[in-house]
Design a protein around this ligand. Structure first.
Ligand SMILES: [Zn+2]
Length: 324
């Protein structure tokens, strides 16, 4: 049985203060300002991402949430529903620019609010697809989750008005669900624990496009956020995703523009290096604090959030996994 720790608890545990705000009251990205654009990757297969994604991701700066939509003969499948009403409306408008067909399905790649809070703004007849772990998390922790998100994304960003909307179709651990949009099949796959334990990847096999959600933030120099621990399982799951992909696949990450399969290798290399360096420290009998002090890995330091995710989340997650 996997233990789950909320992000708020982990942040408190490691004494990092309340949040990853860059400056007091300044969210890492602002849900009142972000503008989303869409890109057609293959006929009727679209990514959406922030209009500043390509600039910010190369600089290692945080990018707002990405997702996409797929249009079949009968209707549309939407991947991720965004943080608030404003951004969900933008996504629905991007869909309406391409088709009048109904939004039949919406997938949440995780419970994280920037991927799921917009569920409540979808048409009543849209079927929501979630992982069973995601539904359980929302059922049990919704209020604490919105408080954490307001702390990190700011007040007055529409989070106060969010009500929980959970899945109509649930993907169970280790399984996959396929839906038919009319001439287009879409697979929604659990590759294993990848950040939250309720992580869904969306695969369109004809177009060879994969949506990853947060387990792949974006291209180098971004890094995984092991908010809920589990370095070893996360590494295994990301390697599984890599092996699953054909070489010419296109990948839409959780927070950036479209990537190639090869871009995932950076994330695997990082997690492998954390694993081996932390193992070495444990073998020498170092404490967690000494290990955090030792395992600095400056070669991965280009990410703007490195000072938070590496010593605060990822090294401690590895230490916990490897000392068990
Ligand atoms: Zn996210």
């Amino acid at each position: 049985m996997k233990t789950r720790i909320t992000a708020a608890v982990i942040l408190a545990t490691f004494g990092l203060g309340a949040s990853f705000l860059s400056h007091a009251n300044d969210p890492v990205w602002d849900g009142n300002i972000v503008e989303l654009i869409s890109e057609e990757l293959q006929p009727d297969v679209f990514a959406y991402y922030p209009d500043d994604a390509k600039v910010l991701e190369k600089l290692g700066k945080p990018v707002a949430t990405s997702g996409g939509f797929i249009i079949g003969n009968d209707g549309v499948l939407l991947i991720d529903t965004m943080l608030n009403k404003r951004l969900n409306n933008q996504v629905q408008e991007l869909i309406r620019n391409e088709t009048d067909k109904p939004i039949l399905f919406a997938v949440n790649t995780s419970f994280h609010g920037d991927h799921s809070y917009g569920n409540m703004y979808l048409p009543d007849n849209t079927t929501i697809i979630q992982h069973s772990v995601t539904k359980a998390y929302i059922d049990q922790h919704f209020q604490a989750d919105t408080e954490f998100m307001i702390q990190n994304f700011g007040q007055g960003r529409g989070i106060e008005e969010i009500r929980p909307v959970t899945g109509d179709i649930l993907v169970t651990p280790g399984s996959a669900v396929s839906v038919d949009l009319g001439g287009k099949r879409v697979d929604i796959i659990d590759f294993g624990f990848a950040q939250t334990g309720g992580d869904l990847f969306v695969w369109e096999p004809d177009a060879k496009v994969l949506w990853t959600g947060n387990p792949i933030i974006t291209v180098k120099p971004s890094l995984p956020w092991l908010l809920d621990g589990h370095l070893l399982e996360t590494l295994e799951s990301i390697k599984k995703v890599y092996e699953f992909l054909p070489d010419d696949a296109q990948i839409v990450p959780g927070h950036g523009s479209v990537m190639e399969k090869g871009d995932i290798q950076w994330h695997i290399d990082y997690l492998e290096t954390v694993k081996s360096e932390v193992q070495e420290a444990i073998d020498e009998g170092l404490t967690l604090e000494q290990t955090v002090e030792r395992v600095k890995m400056p070669e991965f330091g280009g990410y703007a959030l490195f000072g938070w995710v590496h010593p605060g989340l990822n090294v401690p997650a590895a230490y916990k996994d490897l000392s068990q």
